[in-house]
Design a protein around this ligand. Structure first.
Ligand code: WTA
Length: 630
């Protein structure tokens, strides 16, 4: 196992000082602990104005050699992946490093045998089974760029992502189990592929055994894998070659394909995993995220495997067969580090605490939280009932774009503070800005920004570098702008206050409001719509849609159902608004811009503090909307 964790707060402070004074020397020292085919000639080259960031220039490596091959020498029989299936009746699996290496190499040969090569984009639309992790690593093995699409997305969302990256191959499954539902993944993929001319091969894993349609480009995974050996030398990649694309929602327009590179991403995910969770040899670590999101990429697959950890993959949901499944799995596999999302904690907290206390959670050492701000109540429930007040909680702030955790405490090493992500990681230079872009000092509230690159920052948006510049580097020149607001206490701890743009985080999923509005506008009766977020006690935020129709609607209920169905079909069920209100107009400025600030207040029932509405083009509409609120 590779270990570069700071075990004391002194070590941490020293590292932090070094990383700030001389980032290049600092990251050089971390990076040399990995296996490289050729060392880099320069640690860092960057210009946030261009923007351009490159780490470990000229270095040659393959990330899978670091995640697999190098552990074969020291711990071939150590469990790499524990797989806990959806159904209790199906046995859990333990896959050793040796076996994982062999299966990844074989899958890599399967991809090659079907024409895949370095630089090709391969879309992966699969359930949370070991073959998903194997597919990801197999792509990395041959230098193909993986683009994993969350298996809860709709056919049209899948098609948009396949087309944006011009993917050549699709890896999917017949279906997937999630709780008491079976998702017809192949049927959804078939529908998507009617719009995707670039896909020449579709490899299908048999998971559920359900009936599926079969097309000329389809191949069974189990048949293809039989035709190849498990000997597959790794493709030698440049440190800056793309490793993967992962889509995230933006305020406007199509999803953004964030591109991560091989070298920097590997170094930072491994380094942060080890330090944040204080993983020790033999520990069992479980991150409950789906591999379809960045948390799964960085902290189920790459970070843990790069240091030689045992990582648990769970196929199901926290509520199946009952609301104690998480705790049952923790007890069953003696989980030591448990990393989940506030939305899951809030949902579980609503159920009797016996569901937690009846399981032996004494193996737990560290708890983690990710994806959205964790509220005080959820934090204390997590601490008391799950951690029994003896497990440090790491509240980890980061993004798809940042590749790895940037603001967090290190478990048991640096102080925690409920609802605060606390301190930046060594080498991460966080600042607060005012609206004019001036840095503000000491205790303050402002816009979060970062003034120096870290190794796992996304390098671009696939096919649209201009958009990358506009979204992240233009609002506050010279800084990386993540789109979040934050406040800082006197000790320098950061508390993330939420998004400052039109992205709403629903149950930990980033949703842009613009694509949802576009979906609603597709309905023949809808003229215009506006979607905003409002607080929800389990999901964190829920969506509220205001729609203007072109005619009097007789059956409003039917319209609402139809609109929710359109959103589910265009984006996915997670984007369905909780509330849809038909209105005769929307509050607008004189230049015709929708005043979302006012709609947010109406949706949240914060009616006593509406601010000045007299400057609106149509102030009377505000009262009407409030009066008719369902
Ligand atoms: C939010 C998930 C508060 C934030 C890893 C960010 C958080 C967005 C936290 C990125 C946290 C994530 N506290 N807010 N600990 N972690 N966020 O790309 O608004 O799915 O910008 O990455 O989630 O979401 P993404």
């Amino acid at each position: 196992m590779i270990d570069f964790a700071y075990r004391t707060s002194n070590d941490y402070l020293e590292a932090k000082e070094k990383a700030t004074d001389n980032p290049e020397a600092f990251w050089n020292e971390v990076a040399i602990t990995f296996d490289w085919h050729k060392p880099w000639v320069k640690v860092l080259e960057y210009d946030f104005h261009k923007p351009s960031v490159k780490w470990f220039l000229g270095g040659k490596l393959n990330i899978t050699e670091n995640c697999l091959d190098r552990h074969l020498k020291t711990q071939p029989n150590q469990t790499a992946i524990i797989f806990e299936p959806n159904d209790l009746s199906e046995a859990a699996q333990r896959i050793s490093y040796k076996e994982l290496h062999s299966r990844v190499c074989q899958a890599a040969n399967m991809l090659k045998a079907n024409g895949a090569k370095k630089g090709d984009r391969i879309c992966i639309y699969m359930p949370m089974v070991p073959e998903l992790a194997i597919a990801v690593l197999a792509c990395a093995r041959i230098g193909a760029i993986h683009s994993v699409v969350f298996a809860g997305f709709s056919a049209s969302a899948l098609a948009t992502r396949i087309n944006d990256a011009d993917c050549k191959m699709l890896l999917t499954a017949d279906g997937g189990y999630r709780g008491n539902k079976v998702t017809p993944l192949k049927a959804i993929a078939d529908e998507a592929l009617t719009q995707c001319a670039s896909i020449t091969h579709c490899i299908v894993l048999k998971r559920t055994g359900q009936n599926i349609a079969w097309n000329t480009i389809d191949l069974w995974w189990h048949e293809e894998i039989e035709k190849v050996t498990n000997n597959c030398p790794a493709e030698i990649m440049d440190s800056e070659d793309p490793l993967f694309i992962l889509y995230t929602s933006g305020s406007t327009g199509t999803p953004k394909g964030m591109v991560h590179s091989c070298g920097g991403y590997m170094v930072y995910t491994a380094f942060s995993f080890q330090n944040v969770f204080q993983y020790q040899k033999g520990d069992v670590y479980w991150c409950t995220a789906d591999i379809g999101w960045i948390t799964g990429h960085s902290y189920i697959i790459y970070g843990p495997l790069a240091v030689g950890a045992t990582t648990l993959m769970f196929e199901g949901v926290p509520s199946y067969p009952d609301y104690d499944r998480f705790w049952e799995v923790c007890a069953k596999h003696k989980v030591n580090q448990f990393y989940t999302a506030p939305t899951a904690i809030r949902a579980l907290q609503k159920h009797p605490s016996e569901l937690v206390s009846k399981h032996d959670l004494s193996s737990l050492k560290v708890l983690g939280s990710v994806g959205e701000p964790i509220n005080e109540e959820a934090w204390h429930w997590y601490d008391e009932h799950v951690g029994k007040k003896k497990c440090p909680i790491v509240d980890t702030w980061w993004q798809t774009e940042t590749g790895g955790i940037l603001i967090t405490s290190l478990a048991g090493v640096t102080p925690q503070k409920p609802t605060y992500a606390t301190l930046p990681m060594p080498g991460v230079q966080v600042v607060l800005l005012d609206n004019e872009g001036n840095e503000i000092e000491a205790e303050a509230e402002g816009i979060l920004a970062i003034k120096h690159p870290w190794p796992s920052i996304a390098r671009t948006i696939w096919g649209n570098h201009e958009r990358y510049k506009n979204v992240y580097f233009s609002a506050y020149p010279g800084y990386y702008f993540p789109g979040d607001g934050a406040l800082r206490d006197a000790q320098g701890n950061y508390r993330i206050t939420g998004r400052v743009d039109d992205v709403v985080i629903v149950s930990g999923h980033n949703l842009g409001t613009a694509p949802i509005e576009n979906a609603l506008n597709e309905h023949e009766s809808v003229v215009e719509s506006a979607v905003v977020g409002f607080p929800h006690d389990v999901k964190g935020n829920a969506l509220y849609a205001f729609v203007i129709t072109n005619d009097i609607i007789d059956d409003e209920e039917a319209l609402v159902d139809a609109l929710r169905a359109i959103v589910a079909k265009t984006i996915g069920p997670i984007a369905k608004p909780d509330c849809i209100q038909v209105v005769s107009g929307l509050p607008k400025t004189r230049s015709g811009k929708i005043m979302r600030r006012i709609l947010r207040k109406i949706a949240a029932d914060q009616l006593d503090n509406m601010g000045d509405i007299s400057t609106l083009l149509n102030p009377e509409i505000v009262e009407e909307i409030i009066k008719n609120k369902p």
